[in-house]
Design a protein around this ligand. Structure first.
Ligand code: SAM
Length: 280
């Protein structure tokens, strides 16, 4: 059974001529049971406003509305999708607002009052750029409570990676410093139309009220970027440009000079950032 009385998504695509465009990263989800499941994985949105980026023909939008979101603001770059989205808006009066534009140019706070939830199945390059922006505002907590985002599986693994793994790096530190992050669903290429070349995964991030450990955000980003740029080198070598007393700072953070970046957990990277900051 369909989750609503609107036509099946394949019919929507045919009616509105929504042949997928590679340039916009269009790999659509056409199974409404799956989009309803992803909407549920974003949490109980009853009484919450949701920002959706890249609704396309509206599969996830329909899931979010059917699962009870109070109001969805959907930002879509492809104007061909607007008539299909207008049909959804008519089926859910006063609950769907659609903006045509590039999500990278829109400030959600001009349109929504925080805290809000974010859900998206986005082209992967735009998704990573938006995630980094949402994780690095000047102040914290951010405008969002949760982010539920589809990524290429390899990127999802980098966001949720633990120390000691190949995927562990700057993205894990950035995400886990300020949020709980976990993979909630893995999807094979065939779940999409057309199927992408790689597998995908949905990551759910919940914003922490404050960063997990104290540290200056810029210093933490600088230290981790420097450490992971040469991830195979020992830290006393890769970080020597940061301070003439780098070995003392490493010691203060309980890090051996011979350790490598991927062995160091978030708590010790934060301690290192604090020690280096105290020198300036
Ligand atoms: N959410 C739909 C689904 O699950 O079937 C579509 C997903 S498709 C992977 C990505 C969508 O994002 C497309 O509709 C595409 O046109 C849109 N898009 C691409 N770049 C965008 C951008 N910079 N801002 C807003 N939407 C964008």
């Amino acid at each position: 059974m369909s989750i609503d009385t609107l036509p099946p998504l394949r019919q929507v695509i045919d009616t509105h001529g929504l042949a997928a465009k590679k340039s916009l990263g269009q790999n659509f989800l056409l199974d409404l049971n799956l989009t309803a499941k992803i909407a549920r994985l974003s949490g109980d949105n009853t009484g919450h406003d949701v920002l959706e980026i890249g609704p396309g023909p509206g599969g996830l939008t329909r899931g979010l509305l059917a699962e009870g979101a109070r109001c969805v603001l959907a930002i879509e770059k492809d104007e061909r999708c607007l008539p299909a989205l207008a049909e959804i808006a008519a089926a859910y009066p006063e609950r769907l607002e659609v903006m045509c534009g590039d999500a990278l140019d829109v400030n959600p706070l001009d349109h929504l009052t925080p805290p809000i939830r974010v859900a998206a199945n986005l082209p992967y390059n735009v998704g990573t750029e938006l995630l980094v922006r949402w994780l690095t505002p000047p102040a914290w907590p951010p405008f969002w409570e949760t982010l539920t985002l589809m990524f290429q599986r390899e990127v999802a693994q980098r966001i949720t990676a633990e120390p000691g793994s190949k995927a562990y790096g700057r993205l894990a530190i950035l995400a886990q410093w300020r949020a709980d992050a976990r993979i909630v669903l893995n999807l094979p290429p065939e779940a999409f139309s057309p199927p992408p070349k790689v597998s995908s995964a949905v990551v759910h991030l919940t914003a922490l009220p404050a960063p997990r450990y104290p540290a200056d955000a810029k210093m933490l980003q600088h230290v981790t970027a420097t450490a992971f740029n040469q991830r195979r080198k020992m830290l006393r070598a890769s970080l020597k440009g940061l301070s003439p007393a780098i070995e003392d700072h490493l010691g203060a953070a309980d890090i051996k000079p011979t350790d490598r970046a991927e062995q160091i957990d978030l708590e010790r990277f934060c301690a290192l950032a604090r020690s280096l900051k105290s020198e300036n």
